[in-house]
Design a protein around this ligand. Structure first.
Ligand code: UTP
Length: 295
Protein backbone atom coordinates (compact mmCIF):
# COMPACT_ATOMS: atom_id res chain seq x y z
CA UNK A 1 0.00 0.00 0.00
CA UNK A 2 1.42 3.36 -1.04
CA UNK A 3 0.42 6.94 -0.34
CA UNK A 4 -0.47 6.45 3.31
CA UNK A 5 -0.98 10.09 4.26
CA UNK A 6 -4.50 10.41 5.59
CA UNK A 7 -5.86 9.34 8.93
CA UNK A 8 -9.47 9.47 10.11
CA UNK A 9 -10.44 10.03 13.73
CA UNK A 10 -14.09 9.10 14.26
CA UNK A 11 -15.06 11.33 17.17
CA UNK A 12 -18.80 11.73 16.81
CA UNK A 13 -19.94 9.09 19.31
CA UNK A 14 -22.17 10.06 22.23
CA UNK A 15 -19.78 8.78 24.90
CA UNK A 16 -22.68 7.48 27.01
CA UNK A 17 -20.39 5.56 29.37
CA UNK A 18 -19.03 8.92 30.53
CA UNK A 19 -22.31 10.73 31.03
CA UNK A 20 -22.99 13.21 32.53
CA UNK A 21 -19.63 14.86 31.69
CA UNK A 22 -19.97 14.03 27.98
CA UNK A 23 -23.23 15.98 27.87
CA UNK A 24 -21.16 19.10 27.19
CA UNK A 25 -17.53 17.88 26.93
CA UNK A 26 -16.53 15.57 24.07
CA UNK A 27 -15.12 12.25 25.33
CA UNK A 28 -12.10 12.86 23.07
CA UNK A 29 -11.31 16.01 25.10
CA UNK A 30 -11.14 14.26 28.48
CA UNK A 31 -7.60 14.63 29.81
CA UNK A 32 -4.98 11.97 30.33
CA UNK A 33 -2.89 13.91 32.86
CA UNK A 34 -2.79 17.28 31.01
CA UNK A 35 -3.46 16.46 27.34
CA UNK A 36 -6.79 15.47 25.81
CA UNK A 37 -7.24 11.89 24.62
CA UNK A 38 -7.33 12.93 20.97
CA UNK A 39 -3.93 14.61 21.16
CA UNK A 40 -2.27 11.28 21.99
CA UNK A 41 -3.85 9.85 18.82
CA UNK A 42 -2.84 12.82 16.67
CA UNK A 43 0.75 12.63 17.95
CA UNK A 44 0.79 8.90 17.13
CA UNK A 45 -0.43 9.64 13.59
CA UNK A 46 2.24 12.31 13.02
CA UNK A 47 5.00 10.04 14.37
CA UNK A 48 3.74 7.31 12.02
CA UNK A 49 4.21 9.58 8.99
CA UNK A 50 0.55 10.58 8.45
CA UNK A 51 0.21 14.28 7.65
CA UNK A 52 -3.46 14.76 6.80
CA UNK A 53 -5.72 14.54 9.82
CA UNK A 54 -9.47 14.17 9.30
CA UNK A 55 -11.72 14.35 12.36
CA UNK A 56 -15.34 13.23 12.14
CA UNK A 57 -17.24 15.33 14.67
CA UNK A 58 -20.86 15.77 15.64
CA UNK A 59 -23.09 17.97 17.77
CA UNK A 60 -21.39 19.37 20.88
CA UNK A 61 -17.87 18.61 19.65
CA UNK A 62 -16.73 22.19 18.90
CA UNK A 63 -14.13 22.03 21.67
CA UNK A 64 -12.10 19.67 19.45
CA UNK A 65 -11.91 22.27 16.65
CA UNK A 66 -10.95 25.02 19.11
CA UNK A 67 -8.22 22.83 20.57
CA UNK A 68 -6.38 22.42 17.27
CA UNK A 69 -6.64 26.15 16.49
CA UNK A 70 -4.64 29.14 17.74
CA UNK A 71 -6.09 30.88 20.81
CA UNK A 72 -4.99 34.48 20.37
CA UNK A 73 -6.35 35.88 23.65
CA UNK A 74 -4.77 33.16 25.77
CA UNK A 75 -1.48 33.42 23.86
CA UNK A 76 -1.46 37.19 24.32
CA UNK A 77 -1.95 36.92 28.09
CA UNK A 78 0.72 34.21 28.43
CA UNK A 79 3.17 36.20 26.36
CA UNK A 80 2.59 39.32 28.54
CA UNK A 81 3.32 37.11 31.55
CA UNK A 82 6.39 35.80 29.73
CA UNK A 83 5.19 32.25 30.35
CA UNK A 84 7.13 30.93 27.38
CA UNK A 85 7.22 27.20 28.19
CA UNK A 86 3.45 26.79 28.29
CA UNK A 87 3.00 29.29 25.43
CA UNK A 88 5.12 27.11 23.18
CA UNK A 89 3.24 24.00 24.26
CA UNK A 90 -0.22 25.44 23.47
CA UNK A 91 0.99 26.70 20.08
CA UNK A 92 2.60 23.36 19.17
CA UNK A 93 -0.49 21.46 18.02
CA UNK A 94 -2.02 24.18 15.78
CA UNK A 95 1.44 24.76 14.30
CA UNK A 96 2.13 21.09 13.57
CA UNK A 97 -1.25 19.91 12.32
CA UNK A 98 -3.77 20.91 9.73
CA UNK A 99 -7.06 19.27 10.45
CA UNK A 100 -10.05 18.79 8.17
CA UNK A 101 -13.42 18.32 9.87
CA UNK A 102 -16.54 16.63 8.68
CA UNK A 103 -19.79 16.25 10.64
CA UNK A 104 -21.63 13.02 11.21
CA UNK A 105 -25.13 14.36 11.56
CA UNK A 106 -26.45 11.40 13.56
CA UNK A 107 -24.39 8.92 15.57
CA UNK A 108 -25.13 5.96 13.30
CA UNK A 109 -22.12 3.88 14.25
CA UNK A 110 -18.38 3.68 13.64
CA UNK A 111 -18.79 2.42 10.06
CA UNK A 112 -21.13 5.29 9.24
CA UNK A 113 -18.71 7.82 10.80
CA UNK A 114 -15.94 6.55 8.50
CA UNK A 115 -18.29 6.75 5.52
CA UNK A 116 -18.76 10.46 6.26
CA UNK A 117 -15.06 10.98 5.39
CA UNK A 118 -15.32 9.37 1.93
CA UNK A 119 -15.09 12.62 -0.06
CA UNK A 120 -11.99 13.69 1.87
CA UNK A 121 -10.27 10.33 1.41
CA UNK A 122 -10.83 10.08 -2.37
CA UNK A 123 -8.97 7.15 -3.84
CA UNK A 124 -6.26 6.51 -1.26
CA UNK A 125 -5.71 3.94 1.47
CA UNK A 126 -5.94 5.52 4.92
CA UNK A 127 -5.44 4.99 8.64
CA UNK A 128 -8.11 5.06 11.33
CA UNK A 129 -7.46 5.85 14.99
CA UNK A 130 -10.06 5.53 17.74
CA UNK A 131 -8.76 8.10 20.18
CA UNK A 132 -10.17 6.38 23.25
CA UNK A 133 -7.81 3.43 22.71
CA UNK A 134 -4.66 4.91 24.19
CA UNK A 135 -1.58 2.85 23.40
CA UNK A 136 1.80 3.20 25.03
CA UNK A 137 4.46 1.70 22.76
CA UNK A 138 8.04 2.24 21.62
CA UNK A 139 7.06 2.22 17.92
CA UNK A 140 3.69 3.98 17.38
CA UNK A 141 1.05 1.34 16.65
CA UNK A 142 -0.08 3.00 13.42
CA UNK A 143 3.54 2.82 12.26
CA UNK A 144 3.68 -0.90 13.15
CA UNK A 145 0.59 -1.46 10.97
CA UNK A 146 1.86 0.78 8.16
CA UNK A 147 5.06 -1.27 7.88
CA UNK A 148 3.03 -4.46 7.36
CA UNK A 149 0.52 -2.80 4.99
CA UNK A 150 3.35 -1.56 2.78
CA UNK A 151 5.16 -4.90 2.80
CA UNK A 152 2.08 -7.04 2.06
CA UNK A 153 0.24 -4.43 0.00
CA UNK A 154 -2.96 -5.12 1.94
CA UNK A 155 -5.05 -3.67 4.78
CA UNK A 156 -4.07 -4.44 8.38
CA UNK A 157 -5.93 -4.12 11.66
CA UNK A 158 -4.50 -4.05 15.17
CA UNK A 159 -5.18 -7.10 17.33
CA UNK A 160 -4.75 -7.79 21.02
CA UNK A 161 -5.02 -11.05 22.95
CA UNK A 162 -7.75 -10.79 25.59
CA UNK A 163 -8.73 -13.20 28.38
CA UNK A 164 -11.46 -15.63 27.21
CA UNK A 165 -14.07 -14.13 29.52
CA UNK A 166 -13.59 -10.71 27.84
CA UNK A 167 -14.28 -11.78 24.22
CA UNK A 168 -17.92 -10.68 24.48
CA UNK A 169 -16.80 -7.05 24.72
CA UNK A 170 -14.88 -7.03 21.39
CA UNK A 171 -14.88 -7.83 17.69
CA UNK A 172 -12.99 -11.17 17.52
CA UNK A 173 -11.14 -12.55 14.48
CA UNK A 174 -10.82 -16.00 12.98
CA UNK A 175 -7.69 -16.60 10.93
CA UNK A 176 -4.38 -18.36 10.51
CA UNK A 177 -1.05 -17.30 11.91
CA UNK A 178 1.48 -16.67 9.14
CA UNK A 179 4.33 -15.03 11.07
CA UNK A 180 5.17 -13.96 14.59
CA UNK A 181 2.27 -11.61 15.59
CA UNK A 182 0.82 -11.64 12.05
CA UNK A 183 -2.50 -13.29 11.13
CA UNK A 184 -4.31 -13.67 7.86
CA UNK A 185 -7.93 -12.95 8.71
CA UNK A 186 -10.71 -15.17 7.39
CA UNK A 187 -13.68 -13.91 9.37
CA UNK A 188 -14.75 -11.70 12.28
CA UNK A 189 -17.49 -11.93 14.88
CA UNK A 190 -18.79 -8.94 16.84
CA UNK A 191 -19.01 -9.53 20.62
CA UNK A 192 -19.35 -13.35 20.60
CA UNK A 193 -20.25 -15.53 23.59
CA UNK A 194 -17.22 -17.37 25.05
CA UNK A 195 -18.24 -20.71 23.50
CA UNK A 196 -18.82 -19.17 20.03
CA UNK A 197 -15.59 -17.10 19.87
CA UNK A 198 -13.25 -18.31 17.10
CA UNK A 199 -10.18 -17.02 19.02
CA UNK A 200 -9.23 -14.60 21.78
CA UNK A 201 -7.78 -12.04 19.33
CA UNK A 202 -9.69 -8.79 19.69
CA UNK A 203 -9.85 -5.93 17.19
CA UNK A 204 -8.42 -2.72 18.68
CA UNK A 205 -8.93 0.86 17.47
CA UNK A 206 -6.16 1.13 14.84
CA UNK A 207 -6.66 0.23 11.18
CA UNK A 208 -5.04 0.66 7.78
CA UNK A 209 -7.91 0.47 5.31
CA UNK A 210 -8.15 0.37 1.52
CA UNK A 211 -10.07 3.09 -0.34
CA UNK A 212 -12.64 0.55 -1.58
CA UNK A 213 -13.77 -0.13 2.01
CA UNK A 214 -16.48 2.47 1.27
CA UNK A 215 -17.99 0.06 -1.26
CA UNK A 216 -18.31 -2.57 1.51
CA UNK A 217 -19.53 -0.07 4.11
CA UNK A 218 -22.39 0.86 1.77
CA UNK A 219 -23.35 -2.82 1.49
CA UNK A 220 -23.67 -3.28 5.26
CA UNK A 221 -27.21 -3.55 6.56
CA UNK A 222 -27.80 -1.24 9.55
CA UNK A 223 -28.03 -3.15 12.85
CA UNK A 224 -29.24 -2.14 16.31
CA UNK A 225 -30.33 1.56 16.48
CA UNK A 226 -29.69 1.87 12.70
CA UNK A 227 -25.92 1.69 13.29
CA UNK A 228 -23.46 0.68 10.57
CA UNK A 229 -20.56 -1.29 12.00
CA UNK A 230 -17.05 -1.25 10.55
CA UNK A 231 -16.56 -4.91 11.55
CA UNK A 232 -19.45 -5.93 9.26
CA UNK A 233 -17.80 -4.17 6.30
CA UNK A 234 -14.43 -5.76 7.10
CA UNK A 235 -16.12 -9.15 7.27
CA UNK A 236 -17.54 -8.66 3.77
CA UNK A 237 -14.16 -7.41 2.54
CA UNK A 238 -12.37 -10.47 3.97
CA UNK A 239 -14.57 -12.81 1.91
CA UNK A 240 -12.95 -11.74 -1.39
CA UNK A 241 -9.74 -9.95 -0.38
CA UNK A 242 -6.66 -10.42 1.74
CA UNK A 243 -6.68 -8.62 5.07
CA UNK A 244 -4.25 -9.07 7.94
CA UNK A 245 -4.26 -8.63 11.70
CA UNK A 246 -1.17 -7.67 13.66
CA UNK A 247 -0.85 -8.31 17.39
CA UNK A 248 0.70 -4.92 18.17
CA UNK A 249 3.62 -4.36 20.53
CA UNK A 250 2.67 -2.06 23.39
CA UNK A 251 0.17 -1.56 26.20
CA UNK A 252 -3.36 -0.45 25.45
CA UNK A 253 -5.74 1.32 27.82
CA UNK A 254 -9.44 1.47 27.08
CA UNK A 255 -9.96 5.11 27.98
CA UNK A 256 -13.57 4.96 26.74
CA UNK A 257 -14.36 2.99 29.89
CA UNK A 258 -14.15 4.57 33.36
CA UNK A 259 -11.75 2.07 34.90
CA UNK A 260 -9.51 1.99 31.81
CA UNK A 261 -9.52 5.79 31.75
CA UNK A 262 -8.45 5.99 35.41
CA UNK A 263 -5.72 3.40 34.83
CA UNK A 264 -4.40 5.33 31.80
CA UNK A 265 -4.21 8.49 33.91
CA UNK A 266 -2.31 6.72 36.69
CA UNK A 267 0.09 4.97 34.28
CA UNK A 268 0.86 8.12 32.28
CA UNK A 269 1.25 10.21 35.45
CA UNK A 270 3.71 7.61 36.79
CA UNK A 271 5.80 8.21 33.65
CA UNK A 272 6.13 11.89 34.60
CA UNK A 273 9.18 12.77 36.72
CA UNK A 274 7.26 15.67 38.22
CA UNK A 275 4.28 13.56 39.35
CA UNK A 276 5.65 10.08 40.00
CA UNK A 277 6.70 10.29 43.67
CA UNK A 278 3.72 12.41 44.74
CA UNK A 279 1.28 10.07 43.05
CA UNK A 280 2.90 6.97 44.55
CA UNK A 281 2.52 8.55 48.01
CA UNK A 282 -1.16 9.34 47.33
CA UNK A 283 -1.83 5.79 46.07
CA UNK A 284 -0.03 4.14 48.99
CA UNK A 285 -2.00 6.23 51.47
CA UNK A 286 -5.30 5.51 49.71
CA UNK A 287 -4.62 1.75 49.74
CA UNK A 288 -3.59 1.85 53.40
CA UNK A 289 -6.73 3.80 54.35
CA UNK A 290 -8.97 1.41 52.38
CA UNK A 291 -7.34 -1.65 54.02
CA UNK A 292 -7.57 -0.22 57.53
CA UNK A 293 -11.27 0.63 57.02
CA UNK A 294 -11.95 -2.99 55.97
CA UNK A 295 -9.98 -4.36 58.93
P1 UTP B 1 -17.75 3.79 21.04
O1 UTP B 1 -18.22 2.43 20.76
O2 UTP B 1 -16.73 3.95 22.13
O3 UTP B 1 -19.02 4.70 21.32
O4 UTP B 1 -17.20 4.40 19.68
P2 UTP B 1 -19.10 6.13 21.98
O5 UTP B 1 -20.38 6.76 21.60
O6 UTP B 1 -17.87 6.94 21.69
O7 UTP B 1 -19.08 5.82 23.55
P3 UTP B 1 -20.15 5.01 24.47
O8 UTP B 1 -19.98 3.54 24.13
O9 UTP B 1 -21.53 5.54 24.20
O10 UTP B 1 -19.68 5.33 25.86
C1 UTP B 1 -15.92 4.08 19.17
C2 UTP B 1 -15.40 5.27 18.39
O11 UTP B 1 -16.25 5.53 17.28
C3 UTP B 1 -16.74 6.87 17.30
C4 UTP B 1 -16.59 7.32 18.75
O12 UTP B 1 -16.48 8.73 18.83
C5 UTP B 1 -15.35 6.55 19.20
O13 UTP B 1 -14.17 7.22 18.81
N1 UTP B 1 -18.14 6.90 16.83
C6 UTP B 1 -19.02 5.98 17.31
C7 UTP B 1 -18.52 7.84 15.92
O14 UTP B 1 -17.72 8.69 15.48
N2 UTP B 1 -19.83 7.86 15.51
C8 UTP B 1 -20.73 6.95 15.95
O15 UTP B 1 -21.90 7.00 15.51
C9 UTP B 1 -20.32 6.00 16.88
Amino acid sequence: MKNLRKVVFPAAGLGTRFLPVTKSTPKEMLPIVDKPLIQYGVEEALKSGFKDIIIVTGRGKNAIEDYFDYSYELEDILSQRQDNGILEEIRRMPKEVDVAYIRQKKPLGLGHAIMCAENLICDEPFGVILADDIIDSKVPVLKQLTNIAKRLDAPVIALMEVPKEMVKKYGIVKGKKIENRLWEIEDMVEKPDIDKAPSNLAIIGRYILPSNIFYYLKKVKPGKNGEIQLTDALKLYAKNNKIYGYVFEGTRYDAGDKLGYLEANIRFALKSKELKQGLLNVLKKAIKDECSQKG
